[in-house]
Design a protein around this ligand. Sequence first.
Ligand SMILES: Nc1ncnc2c1ncn2[C@@H]1O[C@H](COP(=O)(O)OP(=O)(O)OP(=O)(O)O)[C@@H](O)[C@H]1O
Length: 678
Amino acid sequence: MDLRTVSVSTLPGVGTKRFEAIKSLGIENIYDLLFYFPFRYEDMEVKSLDDAIDQEKILLKGIVASDPVVARFGYKKNRLNVRIMVENESIMVTFFNQPWLKDKFITGNEVAVYGKWNENRRAITGMKVLGDGHAQDSIDSVYSVNKNIHQKTLVNLIKVAFDKYSDQIKTVIPESLIEKYHLMNDRDMVLGMHFPKTDEQNELARRSAKFREFFLFECGIQNMKSRDKKAHVGLLEKYDKEYIDKFISGLPFELTKAQTRVTAEILADMNSSHHMNRLLQGDVGSGKTIVAIIAMLASVTAGYQAAIMAPTEILAQQHFDKIGKLLSPLKIRTSILTGSQTKKEHDTIAQNIREGKTNIIVGTHALIQDSVQFKDLGLIVIDEQHRFGVNQRKNLREKGNNPDVLAMTATPIPRTLAITAYGDMDVSRIDELPAGRKKIETYWIRSTKIEQMYRFVTKELAKKAQVYVVTPLISESEKIDLKNAELIFDKFNELFAPKYKIGLLHGQMPNDQKEDVMNQFSHQKIDVLVSTTVIEVGVDVPNASVMVIYDANRFGLSQLHQLRGRVGRGEKQSYCILIADPKNETALERMKILTSTNDGFVLAEEDLKMRGAGDVLGSRQSGLPDFKVGDPIADINILETAQIEAEALFKNDAMAKPENKVLKSFLNDEFEQLNNFD
Ligand SMILES: Nc1ncnc2c1ncn2[C@@H]1O[C@H](COP(=O)(O)OP(=O)(O)OP(=O)(O)O)[C@@H](O)[C@H]1O
């Protein structure tokens, strides 16, 4: 019997109202109910007073030493006080608003009270009382419920369902893996998750449930990947190899080995009939842009259009300028589409794109509007892909006839994210910087020492350095940020103008002004650029060599690394000065890590540990699925094992084996849902 086809409403005691209530938790059938696991457990082991920790929960056992007294206070409130003797000490027990518990305390009887310990008063605020005989050790499961349904009701329903259907719980994980990793079968796991008798039993059940959850997820990913590969649905972009080789040898610099390798990987994908879904990862300044340009040019030589979507207008403009410089001598027609163009401009550009008059289109998310239709889109490049939501990426993909996709990111991908969020993508990595780059020297100073920074900047300016000064995000409000940037701008003017030219850049400036300031900075007409974080990603001015970041503790590690990556992009020795007054250990730790390493990978791993995946990649856009039992960061080892096993299963076509029958039919039903995961 498939428990997913048996409705919870068939259980005794579940009428229409209760069924509705339970549905509000997302539970409809017996399978859902049995796999609705507790989100935490309360340790109900009796402890000694020596183990009691202030403000933490504890279960204490003792003899009732006084008659309970219920006192009323306030409006309809009451308090029950009773003393119990625990290890020869009289402990005060208080329960709020549960006067009926009075009957549980009979002088001279043994009781166990679970509650919050107050060290100062040697007292406990009770949450639960276990009477005589019940005070043995146990573990209590705690479920996430809502106002429609009580913990107790839910637990009872799970009990009833388990008693009736436990024989029908089929184990979906292949037997060989259960043995290899010493896991529980699904029936024992369900039992150990809901009603554990010992910590060991619960521990094993949890490990099994985590493996099961990760493994099924990874099977979904593998399935998607193998479908993409098998079905010849991708575009075959037969590009002109000779032309591309010539273009590469004509570049003003030689590609690094890593750039050459990833370019070959990408071109091979494009030149095959399977669909390319590739992630290009390379640390800040490693030279991803030129690789993307080569790929786009290849697509054009194959007779297709190519598009690149950037997260900000500044970046789109920068790409457009670079592409124009390199490709217009070759008569490649390029255009740029952003949100700030007039309707007339937009319409003309969109028409050229539709009619195939434009070969390469650079844009922001304006590219995904309905009014933009391509004639024959062959390749999409998505720059800083985590800045776009899953849907935005999907929309762009749907613009052509399943075009090849190249996503780029400078965020080094910690293992967790590589396995989960990007699991269905092939990954190319640029793991070296262009020759001649020097290590950026990073210093951290407290705001009281700000004069040191001014002195340093004075010295560097005298050496013709260009300086970025990034002002903090004081609040969510752009206005306040701006005011702050203006104050700092004034200060720099006071100190350095007119000898040096100071520029100001912020998000609220009209586009053409932003462009103008950026242009002046990149042509060395501005010496110091005071900016909000609009310059965070991608901005490329190789001559700039000093980065000053105010209130650095307000930024995440990955973000600081991105900002710092705006310098050290040429051959000059570059510096980064972080101004911060860390208020706690973690903040202090972050400053220390930044000054000690330039390795984006190390920083991203640390960031992930400190802040969680959602924050590192921008919440909800991380593409990380919502796991229920496992935590992709804390349980990375289980996740990796699950990934390896799922991959092996698909690689060897082992799915056809009889031992995987249950898994296969289970997944067949689940895949529909998993396929939506982009
Ligand atoms: N092989 C190379 N040799 C020398 N310079 C290079 C090479 N490849 C790229 N560059 C230059 O290095 C700088 C950084 O390259 P690019 O802007 O592509 O970096 P990126 O990987 O996109 O970094 P970010 O993620 O910070 O935007 C550019 O000025 C680019 O022209």
